[in-house]
Ligand binder design. Structure first.
Ligand SMILES: Nc1ncnc2c1ncn2[C@@H]1O[C@H](COP(=O)(O)OP(=O)(O)OP(=O)(O)O)[C@@H](O)[C@H]1O
Ligand SMILES: [Mg+2]
Length: 82
């Protein structure tokens, strides 16, 4: 099972890189860790993709277009205010 030090490692990685992948054996807690990090960082600032989900994979088939659209939506949210 992934320990708390892994959560700190992923946070550090996210501070330096726009995308971080969690790869590892089955059932070690990858999804649980990603979801917990997303809750901590705020869903508005983060995107989570499960590469075993056909729907998520489809979003990433043209990742540049998808992420550009997400960035545009975030910018519009900021402009509108809370
Ligand atoms: N830190 C933890 N301590 C104890 N149990 C945990 C912890 N993290 C996850 N679990 C439990 O372990 C199981 C597997 O967790 P999870 O689905 O996050 O793993 P996964 O690596 O994403 O699995 P998969 O490879 O099947 O996608 C779940 O029942 C979850 O509740
Ligand atoms: Mg998983």
């Amino acid at each position: 099972m992934l320990g708390r030090h892994v959560q700190a490692d992923v946070r550090r990685a996210l501070a330096g890189f726009p995308v971080v992948a969690l790869l590892g054996p089955r059932q070690v807690g990858k999804t649980t860790l990603a979801r917990a990090l997303q809750r901590g960082l705020g869903a508005a600032r983060t995107r989570y993709f499960d590469l075993e989900s056909p729907a998520d994979l489809a979003k990433l088939s043209d990742a540049e277009a998808y992420l550009d659209a997400q960035r545009g939506a975030a910018g519009r949210r900021r402009a509108r205010g809370p």
